[in-house]
Ligand binder design. Sequence first.
Ligand code: NAD
Length: 303
Amino acid sequence: MARYLVTGGAGFIGSHLVEALHSDGHAVAVLDDLSTGRRENLPADAPLVVDDINRIGAHPDLWRGLDGCFHLAAVASVQRGTEDWAGCHDVNARGTIAVFEAARDHGVPVVYASSAAVYGDPIALPQAEDALLRPLTAYGADKLASELHARVAGGVHGVPTHGLRFFNVYGPRQDPRSPYSGVVSVFCDRLLADRPIVVHGDGAQSRDFVAVADVVRALRAALGAAALDAPVTNVCTGRSTSVLELSHTLARVIGVTPRVSHGPARVGDIRHSVGDPARLHETLGMTAETPLAEGLAALVAWA
Ligand code: NAD
C-alpha cells in the first residue's frame, strides 16, 4: 500500500484518480477548497481537508510518509482567468509553488497538471512538447509558469516532478451546468434533454479529446517518471475531431438526431488543436487509446 495526496481531488479529473488509487488499496488524502469540486465525488472514507491550495504547507500531517503528490487543484477555466486575472494567478501559479515548497520540505515527488493551453495558437500540428510556447491566456501563462517553477523545484530544491499537458479531457463528473464547462459535457447535457445544440462558428474547429480514464493512467505512470529536470509530456490521442463530428458521434451514442444551430464564432478561439502523443508513448509507455465513442458512452451512462 502506498500513500498519496491529491490536490483538487474532489474535482472532475482528480476524483477519477482518487477512485483508481483507492480501489487499488492505496491510502489517498485530498486537499480541495470545494470551489468547483464536490465531497460526493470522493469515496466516503477518503480523508478530505477543505482548504486553499496556498495553505497546503500548513497541513504537515498530509505530507508525512507520502509516496507522491498529484497536484490538480486549479481554477480550470480560461474564461475565469480572463475575468479574475490576479485571483486565478494566485491559485494556478502561486498555488503550484506552494505545493512544490511543501514537497521540498517533506521530500515528496510531484506530478502536476499543465495544459495544452501553454502552446497558444499552434504554428504547426500536431503540437509536440518542444514546440515554441506562446500562451494566449492568463490560464495558459500560469500553466507555463508552473512548468518553469517545476524546473526551479528540481534544479534548486531537489524536488522531482513531472508535468502533464492535458488536451481536452472529457468523461463522467464534468459538470455541464458550470458556465465554464467543456463542449463535450455541454453537448451531452443538451442532447440528453432533447434540446438543440449551439455550435460556435462553422463547427470545423477541431480538438484532441482525451478520455479521463486515459488521463488517470498517465497521471499514475508519470509519478514513476518524475525527475529533477522537470519533464513535461502531452496527454493526448493524436486524433483531431471537429466540433461538428463530436456532436454527431455523441448523438449516435445517445441515439438521437442532433438539432444544431450555429452561433457566432468565439473571439480568440483557436481553430485547430491536436497533440503529438509520441512522448507519451516513449516516456510513459502508454497511449490514450479509448475510442471517442467508447469514452462518450461512459459519459452518457453517467449523465
Ligand atoms: P475541476 O474544476 O473539476 O477540478 C479542480 C479542483 O481544484 C476542484 O475540485 C476545485 O474545487 C479545486 N480548487 C480550485 N481552486 C482551489 C484552491 N484555491 N484551493 C484548493 N482547491 C482548489 O477541473 P478539472 O477539469 O478536474 O481540472 C483538473 C486539473 O487539470 C486542473 O489543474 C486543470 O487546469 C487541468 N486541466 C484540465 C483540462 C480539462 O480538459 N478538464 C485540460 C487541461 C488541464
